[in-house]
Design a protein around this ligand. Sequence first.
Ligand code: GLC
Length: 534
Amino acid sequence: MDDFDLTKLLDKPRLTIKRERSFDERSLSEMSLSRGLDNLEVAYSPGGRSGLDTPASSTRNSFEPHPMIAEAWDSLRRSLVHFRGQPVGTIAAYDHASEEVLNYDQVFVRDFVPSALAFLMNGEPDIVKNFLLKTLQLQGWEKRIDRFKLGEGAMPASFKVLHDPERKTDTIVADFGESAIGRVAPVDSGFWWIILLRAYTKSTGDLTLAETSDCQKGMRLILTLCLSEGFDTFPTLLCADGCSMIDRRMGIYGYPIEIQALFFMALRCSLAMLKLDSEGKEFVERIMKRLHALSFHMRSYFWIDFQQLNDIYRYKTEEYSHTAVNKFNVIPDSIPDWVFDFMPTRGGYFIGNVSPARMDFRWFALGNCVAILSSLATPEQASAIMDLFEARWEELVGEMPIKICYPAIESHEWRIVTGCDPKNTRWSYHNGGSWPVLLWLLTAACIKTGRPQIARKAIELAESRLLKDGWPEYYDGKNGRYIGKQARKYQTWSIAGYLVAKMMLEDPSHLGMISLEDDRQLKPIIKRSSSWTC
Ligand code: GLC
């Protein structure tokens, strides 16, 4: 708080003050973080919801909405998918110019999240409810890949509605990995489903959906998959490559940060929604134990900053027994050169992966932002992640927010790690490409850490290109300057991500839907950087 200058704040136009006040109110209302459904009730603030009209922003605030907002809403609505007359989701991309549709005409669970948040923020929760129920039904299907039966709790990566105009019937086909390119498992789908169920509950105040026996069972089935005991020596979740937003081979197998952060967040969301009946109670106990171990593991071993890097650089190897400092036997020679230059004196981040003798030092956007939102990152770590954004703006944001990961892998390493994937060449797609959808996560993290000016800067960059370029899926190049080689246009989550970022910045009380307060923090302390008012 030392460098927080109130006089500067008062010089700002009224709107800024209004925004900051609503953020403080949100923090205060969430202070009493007792577990259970009461928690959701306490935090529900109908006043925080946007109005029913689209776009909500045009009516409520004193400033002119950006012309892109109306266009974005039109495009988002065009992407709606109906099942028997009810909207149940949005397709991944509405790109008529593209010859290859592949599976971009499907409703992806992860892609629908920003759409869902946009609809919730705009006071249109029905589609979100329909989506949650439809995917829950799909979870109940028997899932097979060849002769292998998948876990009961698995949620689909995507689904498609088939309309038969003659018979006037709608049917659904779903993909749990058995059709996906590379047959990859969508580990993130179940986590997003739980996170979205909480967002819906929190935004509407409607506890009845989460309380239904179907939703309770759905949650327990997802949790069964990720809380089962095995040979693990770590509390993190072991995953195959391509298990998340990065759904192709990219060397993220093992314990990828993206999944660990979503896992942590989904566990915390479940804790707030599980009923304390005999079945629920057992899960609550297991979740508490896992959260305790998981947060310790992640905060200690995945975290890196200047000091930590220096310590690893000086590690001794081949240590045995409990006294080992270098527990995973990481060989300092394996630290890539780039990380020494990339690491600022001030700032830090959660690295991509940690397992025996393997630290993947790459920085991943989604994992780090979700770590902030779920409070997996301590307040100090959250602030350090934002410091890194400021210190490494050129690298992580450049001309289009934001890089999916940094840096790209090239040459021989690219051959080995990606299996020569032509879509994932250096600085393209998942390999250091820039993804506009991540703007909403960055914005949410900025608001949470009290750094809205960073989000504003990123949104301005996006506004200078997104509409003009036709809402591409991703951008290529070291600075994210070129529309991605094979990027779809009118990619729905690029559109929805922008809308969510705008709506959150305008009314930061929306943040509560997608953010969890630090469970140890009982005082409403908001750490503001010196750049808070810039
Ligand atoms: C690509 C992305 C994946 C996304 C899908 C649909 O496969 O890697 O994250 O869900 O496209 O947009």
